[in-house]
Design a protein around this ligand. Structure first.
Ligand code: PLP
Length: 399
């Protein structure tokens, strides 16, 4: 069966050029980049090239890039690194819609001697900047606010957020795992102090990430060990994956315009057609301030998991708004924070595209999804209300 992959916010296919960039570093150039010999030294040079490629994508200086094992590690390193460097400051500001890598860490910190202020969002998933200004205090060590939301694609106004944080004398970390490679970023003129990115969200391998730490930021390493990464992250570097991440960043720069146009058109087409063909559907998240590849749809009176299972039978990969990926039955904390009604949270599906998706993929999803919703509503105890609406809209309920 052909797979139609529409779950690119979960992970992406590794680009063939990235695989090619990784391969020599397994069997040919396998030296330790910290070794004194030339064999290891050539590997260290490759890491420097990758550092340059990552820096170029986000408008940073290569010395500001620290390689890590993933986005989660970068988020932990950023927050712990700043807290440990500023032990007299015990307050953190974050939002209610962060990825668990930040959200659960902040929960842990709030149970272990820190004060955490969680900022709410409105029904579009946007922050209230006045609330942010009121929340940052003299003892706020760090403000950690994501760049773009993994579930809805909503983009926060990070520079405006940073201006407020700077005015209040604190430090801004942003989890940009979903933004890097999808929208242009320029940290050379920015209020961001630390930024997280992850390889597997931009067509590099799983298990590699990076943390941008602005020059002059006082930071205590999270992983303490050897002198790698200029004493900012101990541990022998994952050279093949770092080489691949560098290549992926170079490719992301090349394909950025396509992401803004063709991929966005695919997403808009998909979303508009589904909304037209299925009644009682809502699009979650701000319609404009949103990643070009993501749509989050809530279908009333059906279970997101049931939709996913039936999509899976057709070979379509998507995600639901319940945190099923984490093995939990909890409904999405992001949609709940936005005040999405309980019934709609349970019937939510995220479709996320990439430059490898085609119009044929989108057409296939448009062909399959509305009949799946109708079929589920036929057997749903809540479905009758919807059938009345479908009748009024002139939609056939035959699937
Ligand atoms: N932050 C965001 C916004 C994410 O979407 C993810 C992954 O889904 C992460 C952090 C964690 O990244 P990783 O899987 O590389 O640990």
């Amino acid at each position: 069966m052909k797979v139609v992959y529409a779950d690119n916010n979960a992970t992406t296919m590794v680009a063939p050029e990235v695989v090619e960039a990784m391969l020599p570093y397994f069997t040919q150039y396998y030296g330790n980049p910290s070794s004194m010999h030339t064999f290891g030294g050539q590997v260290a040079k490759k890491i420097d090239i990758a550092r340059q490629q990552v820096a170029e994508l986000i408008g940073a200086d290569p010395t500001e890039i620290v390689f890590t094992s993933c986005g989660t590690e970068s988020d932990n390193a950023a927050i712990w690194g700043i807290l440990r460097a500023n032990p007299h400051k015990r307050h953190i500001v974050t939002s209610r819609v962060e990825h668990p890598a930040v959200y659960n860490l902040c929960k842990y910190l709030s149970q272990n001697g820190y004060q955490v202020t969680e900022l709410g969002v409105d029904s579009n998933g946007m922050l209230n900047l006045d609330e942010l200004a009121g929340a940052v205090r003299e003892d706020t060590a760090i403000v950690s606010i994501m760049y773009a939301n993994n579930e809805t694609g909503v983009i926060f106004p990070i520079e405006e957020i940073g201006a407020i944080v700077k005015q209040k004398g604190s430090i801004l970390h942003t989890d940009a795992v979903q933004a890097v490679g999808k929208i242009p970023l320029n940290l050379s003129h920015s209020t961001v102090d630390l930024l997280t990115l992850s390889g597997h969200k931009l067509h590099a391998a799983k298990g590699v990430g990076a943390l941008f730490i602005r020059k002059g930021t006082t930071f205590t390493p999270f992983i303490i060990g050897g002198h790698q990464e200029k004493n900012r992250r101990g541990g022998t570097e994952n050279v093949p994956s770092i080489s691949g991440l560098g290549k992926a960043c170079e490719l992301a720069k090349k394909y950025m315009a396509e992401e803004q146009t063709r991929v966005k058109e695919l997403r808009d087409n998909l979303e508009n057609e589904i909304v037209k063909r299925a009644p009682d559907v809502r699009v979650n998240g701000h319609k404009i301030n949103r990643l070009p590849n993501t749509t989050n749809l809530s279908f009333e009176f059906v279970e997101g998991e049931a939709i996913l299972l039936l999509l899976n039978e057709k070979g379509i990969c998507a995600s639901s708004g319940s945190a099923c990926t984490s093995g939990s039955l909890e409904p999405s904390h992001v949609l709940r924070a936005m005040g999405v009604p309980f019934t709609a949270v349970h019937g939510s599906v995220r479709l996320s595209l990439s430059r490898y998706n085609t119009m044929a993929d989108v057409d296939f999803i448009i062909e399959c999804l509305p009949p799946i919703i109708r079929r589920l509503r036929e057997i749903s105890p809540y479905g009758r209300e919807t059938k009345v609406k479908e009748h009024a809209m002139g939609v056939s309920t035959k699937s």
